[in-house]
Design a protein around this ligand. Structure first.
Ligand code: ADP
Ligand code: MG
Ligand code: MG
Ligand code: MG
Length: 413
């Protein structure tokens, strides 16, 4: 029950322990003896159960008090489930239909009961097997734009924004993982790092590049101190589930208030890593599929810009860029919107390059590269990815648009 001491669930104990929760029974059926439970967590941190009954199916996600990937030597607070729950409610309000519906939350048990997405599959899996998803770019671009805009003082009252920043600032240890694993560890000999044999010279080159490290630390400075909007915080292709024509975003436990460009930057990095890893996964259709991925990047960024400009014109009800300063005085605010977007892209492309580095150099690698079994095939593909990451970090200031980024990817490929 809700006030019981935390105890991790398992497939055998789950029906008896959750049987009394009406919100679950309403979805799955009232007789727990008829529930079938499978544990499907494939992430680095949490337990995820599929609970199937005569009336329907739900997902039960429960935090563990340590990092699943590493073990109980790395404790991690259970309270992250509280932030994941609150992030899901805000994302649902800011971009309706973008995330699974939440049926029940239990803070003491650190568990969230939510809509079972089916036949959705983790997008990273589809990118590795070479599947296309219709409408993906529009969905993702709008999600990033709506959550960025509607979680900021462009839309929110200052008092509401400050209260929300205060709430989410309690999520300390999880963003600290990003601060270390993403922004710091790749650029020194951190204990938990690993990389493919053969990449030593590339790694040495990155660490010798002082200008690069300055830019990365400036990006970290913005990440920790610029509370522009509520970011998902972990928006990679493993946090997106898709059918062949419908997509949702899951797993916002890395939520924090941060730069508006953070999510779309990390997202584009994961598409670029999918792009560079493709020669390790297919021969036939390789070029066409790689171009489809680049098209997704360009369209995602275009959809982001279009939606952001639309919200700027129609929902600029917050503290910032008040109409009293622009439209009411007969001034078009388009140039102001351009300036805000330029800042967003500067942050985004720097984060993009950094994410491309950390997925090959620090602790948590991605399946796109990891599933290329032969290191002699994997290393040169990762080297292209690392080189482009550096070029993005160095070039982020010069207002690169997505078209230029995709042209750069073709050059490095
Ligand atoms: P973690 O925080 O440990 O990474 P995730 O929230 O990413 O956990 O979930 C892990 C896996 O569980 C996902 O990769 C997906 O396969 C499955 N999963 C999570 N949420 C859902 C859902 N709402 N519907 C269907 N499958 C889900
Ligand atoms: Mg996950
Ligand atoms: Mg997670
Ligand atoms: Mg690796």
């Amino acid at each position: 029950s809700a006030d019981a001491v935390y105890e991790a669930l398992d497939v055998d104990s789950l029906p008896a322990r959750l049987a009394g929760i009406d919100a679950i029974a309403a979805q799955v059926g009232t007789d727990p003896a008829a529930w079938q439970v499978r544990e499907v967590g494939d992430g680095n941190l949490n337990l995820v159960f599929i609970v199937e009954g005569p009336a329907g199916t739900v997902i039960v996600k429960q935090a563990l008090p340590y990092v699943r990937l590493v073990g109980d030597s790395w404790p991690l607070p259970l309270y992250r489930a509280f932030y994941e729950y609150h992030a899901l409610t805000r994302q649902a309000a800011r971009d309706p239909g973008s995330v699974p519906q939440v049926f029940h939350f239990d803070a003491a048990q650190a568990l969230i009961v939510m809509e079972y997405l089916s036949p959705h599959v983790i997008l990273r899996r589809k990118l590795i097997t070479g599947e296309r998803v219709a409408g993906l770019a529009g969905f993702l671009g709008r999600f990033c734009a709506r959550t960025a805009f509607r979680g900021s003082e462009l839309s929110m009252r200052s008092a509401d924004k400050k209260a929300d920043v205060g709430l989410f600032s309690g999520n300390v240890e999880i963003p600290a993982i990003t601060e270390a694993l993403v922004f710091t560890d790749p650029y020194f000999d951190a204990e938990m790092n690993n990389h493919t044999p053969g990449l030593d010279p590339v790694v040495a080159q990155l660490r010798a590049d002082q200008g690069l490290k300055v830019r990365v630390q400036q990006a970290l400075q913005r990440f920790v101190s610029n509370t522009e909007t509520m970011v998902h915080g972990d928006l990679h292709s493993g946090s997106i589930m898709s059918t062949d024509s419908e997509s949702r975003v899951i797993d916002p436990e890395f939520v924090q208030y941060g730069p508006m460009g953070f999510d779309i930057g990390m997202l584009c990095a994961n598409f670029l890593m999918a792009y560079f890893s493709q020669p390790g996964h297919r021969g036939a259709g390789l070029g066409d599929y790689q171009e489809w991925i680049l098209g997704v990047i360009e369209e995602t960024c275009a959809a982001f810009e279009a939606e952001f400009r639309h919200l700027w014109q129609t929902e600029r009800t917050g503290l910032l860029f008040s109409a009293a300063l622009f439209e009411d005085q007969g001034h078009e605010s388009g140039p102001a919107c351009d300036a805000v977007l330029a800042e967003i892209w500067r942050d985004a492309w720097a984060v993009c390059g950094i994410e491309m580095h950390r997925r090959c150099l620090s602790l948590a690698h991605n399946a796109d590269f990891e599933e290329i079994a032969d290191p002699a095939l994997r290393a040169p593909l990762e080297a292209r990815n690392l080189a482009m990451g550096a070029a993005l970090i160095h070039g982020a200031e010069t207002l690169m648009n997505a078209g230029a980024v995709c042209a750069m990817a073709r050059d490095f490929n």
